[in-house]
Write a protein that binds this ligand. Structure first.
Ligand SMILES: [Zn+2]
Length: 679
């Protein structure tokens, strides 16, 4: 609503035209939905003439000629096409032209005028002294300064093009080619190129006439089409983009596509009259002086389009296309996709969109949201049958935490990928799953290629995973090195959190954690790594809280061991639990727990255990003699721990038991703390 109000305020109710011929106030009408002015009212002040021939309207202003098509939001001037806001229309026997043309293009193309948007006033500048003509070519390269591209939307009018199989009702190839042609034209104009559209409306132009749009002042000819597969087993499965230049067809597929596109000939009333289409083509194949440039253009366009196309890269192709044969400039025909493809087109498009969102969220440190997007990407990619789809599915599953499900696509992709980028992406997903399964050797092997990748984003992701693997090994020095190398925008925060996490593993006493907690609190208020930092701050707060009972102290020691992965600190806390209240049931349990994190003090701890607690069910179980008393003791401690858990230190939902890299000796005492969240 606000937008409409603003828009209404911006459109003047009338415009003032001031020229050497006098002044005139011209009313602006909005009756057709966009602002327009009656051409007849412009005739006097601008000295403009209008001629109408059917739907074609020609407006002459000084030396400039503007060609309009009634109902089409484009006009031509000097063989270039320009897009318009709104289309010319005829009402009450009067031609109305879009206000956009008057205020934007007239000052640009007929340079004598200047538009003042505040005063809604078009002024004629004083006549300039004649100057030398503007240069038409770059004096160094000899190339013309303004480049013109002819964009040819295939088919049109009575020729619907290929009807497709999976297009929406009422839509055929001719509608899609026109839509793409207009978008392409608008984008090229935006980038400062001149564009000529062979058709801007639903009309048929002869195949042989289309290249005639590209002559003296034209640089490239680009014909746009939509492919289709003949009925058969793979009809609905094939999808992708391919770019043709004109030459003999070398494969059956190339012959089929050329025949399909040349078939437009049967809708034409006039004949080419040069000995039939075949002779026509053969003549021109020999004459085509731009064969090499056309092949190069096809290569460049195919590369760019395939990079963003959700389907396969079907490569550069060649075929005897009538529409390209007569072009006197480098010319290509792009088959932009398949109208017979079922499902996977949209699904893959969606899958890639979800993956892009996931990466963006990861960079913002929003790991939970990113996982949800990865799960969506995996679900959508399932429909695809390409190697790209397989890798995307594996990535989606691996990065959303479903490594068990990722095993199948990973195994299928293994050994079948030839493209380096896909191979590296698959290795990264494999490394993340290997790490989640605690298989550090497999993670290392999978990281080898991504760590040496030429792609900065994948290399950075690999460094991050390598940093996490180093943390699992408690190799904090290596972890810091890896995290420092993983500095894509947004990952820096996670790397900094990772550094603090590495410092935590090195902590020997509770006092060591205080500066770390302060630093993490600071990082938590930053833009990235927020979730990880918050999680760690919560854990540190629990560990740093004063523990009143032996059970609470034992619990804190477990958090230090399992969640913070700080073995030295955990060992110290277990020993303090044992010595703080020697009569507690927790004392022998804590001594046994200390063994797992202080292996080099094993002898002295076992000696203490045997000397003080020889009769304890824990000591007996430790020596391989589990008893009913042991189970009873565990139950009683679990009750105390359970009460403690219910009172304060909450175990996050979904916390799972964690397998430590160094197995503690049996029996495994008590419950474990929540694992530190890992992507
Ligand atoms: Zn076509």
């Amino acid at each position: 609503m606000m937008f409409l109000v603003l828009l209404a305020a911006l459109i003047p109710q009338q415009v003032l035209i001031a020229t050497s011929r006098g002044q005139a106030s011209i009313p602006v009408t909005n009756e057709a939905g966009t602002a327009a002015v009656a051409a007849v009212l412009l005739a006097q002040p601008l000295g403009l003439t209008v001629s109408l021939d059917g739907s074609a309207a020609r407006v002459t202003l000084g030396t400039r000629v503007f060609d309009f098509d009634v109902g089409a939001p484009f006009f031509r001037c000097d063989s270039a096409a320009f897009p318009l806001v709104g289309a010319p229309y005829i009402a009450r026997d009067t031609l109305f032209l879009p206000l956009h043309w008057l205020t934007d293009y007239v000052p640009r193309l007929a340079r004598r005028y200047r538009w003042d948007p505040v005063l809604a006033r078009l002024d004629e500048r004083p006549a300039l002294a004649p100057t030398t003509a503007a240069p038409t070519a770059n004096p160094i390269t000899g190339l013309r300064l303004a480049h013109t591209i002819v964009v040819d939307p295939g088919h049109g009018g009575i020729d619907p093009g290929n009807p497709g199989l999976t297009l929406p009702r009422g839509i055929t190839e001719k509608d899609i080619t026109l839509g793409i042609g207009k978008l392409l034209s608008a984008e090229l104009v935006r980038r400062g190129l001149n564009v000529v559209l062979t058709r801007a409306t639903d009309t048929l132009i002869d195949l042989a006439s289309r290249p005639l749009f590209c002559r003296a002042d034209c640089d490239l000819f680009v014909s746009i089409h939509v492919n289709s597969m003949p009925a058969g087993r793979r009809q609905t499965q094939v999808n992708g983009v391919e770019t043709y230049f004109v030459s003999d067809a070398k494969t059956e597929d190339q012959k089929r596509v050329a025949q399909m596109e040349n078939d437009a000939l049967r809708f034409e009333t006039s004949s080419t009259g040069t000995g039939g289409p075949l002779g026509f083509i053969l003549n021109d194949l020999q004459l085509n002086e731009y064969l090499r440039e056309s092949a190069r253009l096809a290569e460049l366009v195919q590369g760019k389009v395939a990079a963003i196309h959700p389907g396969e890269d079907r490569g550069v192709q060649q075929g005897p296309f009538l529409v390209l044969a007569a072009a006197r400039r480098p010319s290509i025909l792009v088959e932009t996709g398949f109208a017979t493809n079922r499902g996977s087109y949209n699904a893959m498009w969606n899958a890639e969109q979800h993956a892009r969102d996931a990466r963006r969220l990861e960079q913002l440190g929003q790991t939970a949201e990113a996982r949800a997007q990865w799960a969506q990407a995996a679900a959508k990619a399932r429909a695809g049958r390409t190697a790209k789809a397989l890798v995307l599915q594996a990535e989606g599953l691996a990065y959303s935490g479903s490594c068990q499900d990722a095993a199948t696509p990973l195994a299928r992709a293994q050994g079948s990928l030839t493209e380096v980028a896909l191979r590296e992406r698959m290795d990264l997903a494999d490394a993340v799953c290997a790490l989640a399964a605690g298989d550090l050797a497999r993670a290392d092997a999978a990281l080898a290629m991504p760590l040496a990748s030429r792609n900065a984003e994948r290399r950075s992701r690999a460094e991050f995973v390598a940093g996490q693997a180093a943390l699992v090994r408690w190799d904090y020095d290596a972890a810091i090195v890896h995290f420092n190398r993983s500095r894509v925008p947004g990952a820096a925060g996670r790397a900094l959190v990772g550094q603090q996490r590495a410092l935590i593993t090195r902590a020997a006493q509770l006092a060591d954690l205080k500066p770390i907690a302060a630093e993490l609190s600071r990082l938590r208020s930053g833009a990235s790594g927020t979730e990880d930092a918050s999680h760690l701050v919560d854990l540190l707060t629990q560990v740093l809280a004063v523990a009143e009972t032996p059970g609470a102290r034992f619990r804190v020691a477990e958090l230090a061991r399992d969640s913070l992965q700080a073995p030295a600190l955990a060992g110290r806390l277990f020993l303090e639990t044992a010595t703080g209240d020697t009569a507690s049931l927790f004392a022998p349990k804590a001594l046994i727990a200390a063994l797992s994190v202080l292996p080099d003090r094993r002898d002295s701890i076992v000696a203490l255990l045997d000397a003080r607690y020889a009769a304890s069910p824990y000591t007996r179980a430790f020596h391989g003699d589990p008893s009913v008393a042991y189970v009873a003791a565990e139950d009683s401690l679990a009750r105390e721990m359970g009460m403690h858990v219910a009172r304060g230190a909450a175990v996050p939902a979904g916390a799972r038991l964690q397998v430590l890299p160094r197995e503690p000796p049996p029996p495994t005492p008590g419950r474990r703390g929540p694992p530190v969240d890992r992507p």
